[in-house]
Structure formats: C-alpha cells, structure tokens
Design a protein around this ligand. Sequence first.
Ligand SMILES: O=c1ccn([C@@H]2O[C@H](COP(=O)(O)O)[C@@H](O)[C@H]2O)c(=O)[nH]1
Length: 272
Amino acid sequence: MHFLETVRRRWQDADTLVCVGLDPEPTRFPACLAGDPDAVFAFCRAIVDATADLVCAFKPQIAHFAAHGAEDALERLIAHVHATHPGVPVILDAKRGDIGSTAQHYAAEAFERYRADAVTVNPYLGRDSVQPFLDRADKGVILLCRTSNPGSRDLQELDVGSRKLYQHVAELVAREWNGNGNCALVVGATWPEELADVRSRIGDVPLLVPGVGAQGGDVEAVVKNGRTADGTGLMISSSRAILYASNGEGFADAARRAAMSLRDGINRHRNP
Ligand SMILES: O=c1ccn([C@@H]2O[C@H](COP(=O)(O)O)[C@@H](O)[C@H]2O)c(=O)[nH]1
C-alpha cells in the first residue's frame, strides 16, 4: 500500500497521530542491556513492540545507527516492524540530498536496502535532486520545510521576494512536486505560528512534526495549528521523551506509558 494511505489508515483505525522516533543512544540504555553485543537492536525492538499499537509511524534516525556501525541493526529493525506490525509504516529520517545521479542511490538505500516506507529529504538542491524519490509513487517523500532547531531561522526565514524561503518550499512542494501525491513536509513543533502558516498554504498535505517532548514544543498548539479539517494531517514525532522515559528494567513499559500519554494529549485537541 502507498505510504500516505497507510498513514491515513493508522490515523483513522488506530486513532493516533503519534510517531515514535527511534534514536538509540547506547549510553542511555538500561543496565540490563549492558554487555549485549546487539543492544541497539534489542533496545529498539523492545520499544517498537511496546508502542506499535499507539503509533501512526515509526521514525528511525539513520545517524543514531550508523554512528555505532549498527546499519545492520537498522535493517533488521525495519524488517521486524514489517513482519510483526504490518500496516505500521516506517519513515527513515536520513535528510538526504545530492545531485540526481547520487540521489538515485540514496533512494535505493532508503527503499531497497532498508525497506523504509518514506524518507526525509533536503529540498535545497532542487527538483532534480528530489526526483528519484518523487518517482517512487508508492513511497513517501518528506521534505524539510521549517526545521525544529533554533538555527532554522538562519536560512529558512530569509526573504525571497514576497515570502520567506520556508513558505516558498511549502508551496513549491504542495503545488509542483506532489504530482504523485506522495509528498509531506517537516515543520518543527517549536514553531507553532509557522505551522499554521504552512498549513494555510498546502491544503491537506501531511506534516511530520518533530520537536514535542525533549525540544519542548507545545502539543496543543501543534494540533490546533497543524491539523486538517478532519482532525488528522499530522505525524507528531517524539524520540527521547519516549525512549528514555525510564532507564530501568521496565524501560519499554515506561515508553509505552509516555507514548500513550502523548497520544491522549494530542487527541484531546484534534477536533474543534
Ligand atoms: O526539524 C527536525 C527534523 C528532524 N528532527 C529529528 O527528530 C528527532 C527529534 O528527537 P527528540 O528526542 O524528540 O527531540 C531527532 O531524530 C531529530 O534528528 C528534528 O528534531 N527536527
């Protein structure tokens, strides 16, 4: 099934807009995993199994695996999600971007090697650099628009005529790059006003919204400013606040409680 169809099904059937980010940091793992040579996989699998019914997607961040030489664990983790929790899509957060001939390989890496359902992509090399991703109509292409970090002001707020650069990106993606209906945009939860502005420019194009939890984004403002008319349209992502809710043996149960609390907090504000 098409990535965005899968997400829409999760929004409706599982009644959740939560995306759990999988950012393994071995120094924060519980003591019970110490000495496990496959700890990255074991930790992430436990989180996945404890939260799968609560999410509309999982979002592994590739650097958190590659930095530990754990690309193999990432491959097995995504295979595990597909096998054990069918219908739960996986977004590979890789923020890729390069000239077209290289971008083809990034697309193959995301969709063939890792079997991700969607990938985050940097739009700043332009249309030809994104085309190998856009051509995969069954896969999601999630373009950086207004990122959650403070420094996103440096470039994304630049005036490019009658609007700011992130506003131009939002409109370009929604109007010109989304011919296959497989695009979404990243807007940080730390920018609630910009979230409303982007929503007003892009119709029902879905938004991946990182920045609640550890980065302090306000859930109510995110939902009210970013939702579509039917109370969906958002994949609200939290990593550290869920993954490291506890560093004891019950870490997976604690992660489940944190994900459930986020889901319920979101759902309180979904419908006007
Ligand atoms: O604008 C962006 C784009 C991506 N991210 C990624 O999301 C998670 C956030 O982790 P938290 O622990 O929930 O803060 C992380 O993987 C980032 O690389 C983002 O934060 N902002």
